[in-house]
Design a protein around this ligand. Sequence first.
Ligand code: FAD
Length: 597
Amino acid sequence: MPSYKAPLRDISFVLKEVFGTDQLRSLPGYEDLQDTDMDAILDEAAKFCENTLFPLNRTGDEEGCHFENGVVTTPKGFKEAYKSFVDIGWSSLSCNPTYGGQGLPLTISTIFTEMISSANSSFSTYPLLATGAYHLLEKHGSEELKNKYLPKMVGGQWGGTMCLTESHCGTDLGLLRTKAAPQADGTYKLTGTKIFITSGEHDLTENIIHMVIARTPDGVPGTKGISLFLVPKFLVNDDGSLGARNGATCASIEHKMGIKASATCVMNFDEATGYLVGDLFKGMSNMFVMMNSARLGIGVQGLGLGEIAYQNALAYAKDRLQGRSLTGPKYPDKMADPIIVHPDVRRMLLTMKALNEGNRMLVLWTALQLDRSQSAKDPAAKQEAEDFNQLMTPIVKAFCTDTAFELASLGVQVFGGHGYIRENGMEQYLRDARIGMLYEGTNGIQAMDLIGRKLPMGGGRVVQTFFGPVQAFIEQHKNDEKMAEFVGPLEKAFGRLQQATGLIAQKAPSDHNEAGAAAADYLKLFALVAHAYLWCRAVLVAKDKLSSSEKAFYQSKIETARFFMEKLLPQTGTLAVNIAAGAGPLMNFQDESFGPF
Ligand SMILES: Cc1cc2nc3c(=O)[nH]c(=O)nc-3n(C[C@H](O)[C@H](O)[C@H](O)COP(=O)(O)OP(=O)(O)OC[C@H]3O[C@@H](n4cnc5c(N)ncnc54)[C@H](O)[C@@H]3O)c2cc1C
């Protein structure tokens, strides 16, 4: 049976020792936020995830959601768990106090999202989408809409969705057909069908607030004619009570590979009453607020799944006895050595450990900058943090979910044939991890976003928010002999990234296929360099604390960093070569040559 323990020691290391919580306290509103307060919240969050959500993970996967006559029922125990989630106040953690939120940093809710995702990835999708809808409405809604809807969304009594996808359009939303007809009273009637809508219908909340993109009669074809509407499942009276059922109904739910306890719905909008959010025709750009928040959340979901896969693979590798160490028995009193003695098993475990811990640093670095971008008083600091988030969002989303799948697969491999058997739990993590690479924009689209939008953004100003600190770090530490084995590989990999960036900037403007062909490799190269930089920062901290009572913990950090530098970072060489090979090998290949023959 799998188990889960929230990795509080590592979270604390990253938050307090690598980055420092003073960063948060320097922001207006958080001056009095003490480490002890954050510890207490995270301790409680850990208990909730370990004791309430984790036990429902496998049963939820086995049972899945039920659909009957338009009604969706979540698996046994989910309703009670959601009620506890709301009663304790988890839904309002980082929401605006004006609407009943607790006003805590987004960094704290990001850490909580990692824990929920490890414990129960399906469950995580309900609050994740509701939070995205909250951010969208808070940023773009009128005062009237905000006052009417946000308090119940913040309180968790009402859920939220993001309704973009239609059967003929997923990536290319400009093709959408859902119509919004203006009414004399200023509302709209929405008609159309959306598919794959996460938590479109369920029994966890009394109302569901759908954020729907649609085209008004005067909306031009393509994304420029799209507007955004709030469409509640139940209409809301002026006093906030629930009114008549709106014309937004669930036609069916999907039967999926993973996250089976998350309801994925086909939603019919049949002259459903909707309210315009933001300006007409700004639907797509406004929706990006929600997508950016959700993309970061999906990356964090990947981190959570990689973490639980590692925890269970590690426990199994220490327990399972097979064969003897290549250099002679390590545990002669046992009938065989535990598989952790074998180099190949250690390769898998260390890959999981290094990438998880690197991803955690990457995620929390981004989350801290998100808080800075929202709360910093100084406009320059705010802009810099906003730029950094723009740059890192596709990297966190794509790299953390790509690695989640890779690590969940390694987790299965460590278990051998037993990893393939349902009751051992590992195959569920693999299935649950697969969706992260697809939804909120496929990872191919994230890579295109990085290379096509983020690199040129602000004339290079945006990319400089990463290149600047890395360059400065290398300059500062490259003559430090004690850091040479870490800073040397970072410098080499960073050089490859700079060179690849220059090459793309030179080739892509005259041939866009060059950008498209390089995108996936470039995103991975970027992420690995970011990991290398963060591992260097972690090593600096760890080296200073080797004489503390936690020597084993800090020693493990240094050794993991060494493994990363020597065994994983060299991939940047191959990635750089692939990028330099350009679009030719892909685009010169004739369509007919693919076959079939
Ligand atoms: C379980 C689940 C939950 C979901 N939840 C939601 C939700 O809550 N709300 C919502 O609106 N949607 C949701 N989706 C939809 C999801 O976001 C889309 O499936 C996804 O964006 C991809 O769209 P598509 O499936 O139509 O694939 P397509 O757009 O048809 O893409 C197919 C392939 O072509 C590639 N491709 C397409 N265009 C390009 C291009 N221009 N350049 C390079 N490659 C390209 C893609 O990367 C992909 O590999 C969900 C999907 C699933 C499966």
